[in-house]
Design a protein around this ligand. Sequence first.
Ligand code: TEU
Ligand code: CA
Length: 566
Amino acid sequence: MGQGDWQKAGQKGGIPGGLGSGRKWWKDAVIYQIYPRSFQDSNGDGIGDLQGIIRRLDYLEALGVDAVWLSPVCKSPQDDNGYDISDYQDIDPMFGSLEDMEQLIAKAGEHGIRIIMDLVLNHTSDEHPWFLEAKSGKDNPYHDYYVWRDGEPGAPPNDMRACFGGSAWEWVPQLGQYYFHQFSVRQPDLNWDNPKVRQEIYEMIGWWMEKGVGGFRLDVIDQIAKAPDEKITGNGPMLHTYIRELSRETFQKGDLVTVGEAWGASPELAKLYSCPDGSEFSMVFQFEHIELDKQEGKQKWDLAPLPFLKLKEVLNRWQVSLYGCGWNSLFWDNHDLPRIVSRWGDDGKYRAESAKMLATLLHGMQGTPYIYQGEELGMTNVKYPIEDYRDIETRNMYRERVQAGYREEEVMASIYAKGRDNARTPMQWDGSENAGFTNGEPWIRVNPNYRDINAANQVGVPGSVFEYYRKLVALRKGYPVLTDGRFKLLLEEDEKVFAYLREDEGHRLLVLCNFFGEPAKCNLIASWEKETLLIGNYEDAGAGPGPEEAGILRPYEARMYLAKKG
Ligand code: TEU
Ligand code: CA
């Protein structure tokens, strides 16, 4: 389908790509994630906005991405940076207006880019009119939109904890009841068992579909069917019943991409979420691989080195089990995760090499690759004093752990390694003040390395991380084996090299990645050296290395070879 066609289809809620129809556009797509408040400010208030994004559409088109997932831009008191929505059908004035949003959808379309909205359906803001009504009286028609339990002050229904700290139950004295919240107190959970809630949500989604959005990312969708009396949050008994109804009543009426965020997904569950019959979502967005560097059974803050062989095992298991019967998202970074180059690469000497290696490893696999803003520049983590962090999760954790007697240095080390603000520092556009992000005071400090690491230094500059990403995106369009080829892990027990094959009827594609900062022997090179080197992160790779380098991958070296069969 041409670009004009999908826009029309989207606007009319048209059928192409609906349930049961042929090839899906999003299988060959690359998705770019924007965290709007940190992307580009257009009016000097220090906060990124929709007009800022419109200004940067050329940049996104140059990179070659097909769709942009916007973290929430709806009306919100911003307790959790927009993941606390007070009006699903309006844009927060901080980001612009509904007209700006319509303009963004239209202009992005002219660049061949679809806009994916972030749907936060597990909870609302405590300022949402539904919640204001709900807490005004037990007889209010909206009361049952949320999850309440009778009780006594100081004695919550059970000991469940909220994700951002404290009890999951909040006492409302005038009702003599507690409400349930899995995230902050200002994010009360919606009651999905109430059919009226579900109906309101479907109507709201239909309204956005009419506006021509290209799809939706569904925030913590595995947690909507909670059953707090049984202490169940994720994967509740009614979950897939609700998701199928949601999909049928909304997404299946259009040609959309839908992405279910599911921290608690196993490959078996992922086959339900992303079943090729289209009964739920297009794909799942799960985190098993990205949670490996923590102490077992503990929180992400309890740091542990990455078990490299385990990473291979996990990625391999997902590749193999979803082949032909599900679809996965491929990502290292998002707005909740630290920067991958600082995390599993080297943000010092080998910053560019390791950023490219990690990109190669990811973009060679089956699934839909995601690029999180700044990842394509090799942006890095930050180390700020605690006052400079803005994230509610980080601030609450700091307070709780310091009170609990953790050493200050230890708490800060966890924040440097895993804090969500690592990903939320302003996009580094150029070397001018505030990295070209704003001419006002940025809402969060700019990473001090912006004079070295920025888009102006990289776009169109051969050898840059940006140009490498651009090439990877283009390869996905040029070689169907990247979309469809069967995955096979090689060198399973190799402690240094991540190697795999992709294979379809016509081609074999080999990805070789030295995951570490020392040279690594790799006996696969010899038999592939004569094949086409599609991409590599060392200039002279493929030019025939000197005898002393034969069979060696240099620090963080990555290569992708293609061989024709037969
Ligand atoms: O994240 C889901 C989620 O479980 C995270 O809170 C996660 O536990 C945490 O970020 C790990 O550090 C989604 C959104 O992506 C996140 O930004 C929101 O804060 C959260 O839902 C609540 O809406
Ligand atoms: Ca602004």
